[in-house]
Design a protein. Structure first.
Length: 140
């Protein structure tokens, strides 16, 4: 099985996994010379595929470690903790701050997800082969 792991968040890049073994992995910053870039990892994807003489149709699945949905058991408490830290001196409108923070996070994640999915489709990956999961479960 051939799996391409991709990320376009902080320190974007890709990794090629064949039959459970990491064959090649590289971050986009190596190509664009921008530390911790969030750019779509086009160069990284092309490099890892070329290293094994593969094309997008040879890839069984593309794994993206993000956007599976809000994990309320872990994400929500962390967001609220962040908000209260920011509000130590101004707790007048806590509800509004909480709603703004959660809405902002959801919008930001959606924008990054859409950018990644569009980029993958533009270079030949089929939507039904792109899988998302909570990023904590995607670490090799």
């Amino acid at each position: 099985m051939v799996i391409l792991g991709v990320c376009n968040a902080d320190d974007s890049g890709s990794a090629l996994i064949v039959d459970g073994e990491i064959i090649c992995a590289v971050n986009e910053e190596r190509f664009v010379r921008k530390k911790l870039t969030r750019e779509f990892p086009i160069n990284s994807i092309q490099y890892v595929l070329k290293s094994s003489s593969l094309v997008p149709d040879d890839v069984d699945f593309v794994g993206c470690g993000a956007w599976k949905g809000l994990d309320t058991n872990t994400t929500l408490p962390q967001l609220i903790e962040d908000i209260f830290f920011q509000l130590e001196h101004d707790q007048k409108d806590v509800k509004n701050h909480i709603l703004k923070r959660i809405t902002s996070s959801i919008r930001s994640d959606q924008k990054v997800k859409e950018s990644l999915l569009l980029g993958l489709q533009e270079i030949g990956f089929k939507e039904d082969r792109i899988i998302t999961c909570d990023h904590h479960y995607s670490h090799a």
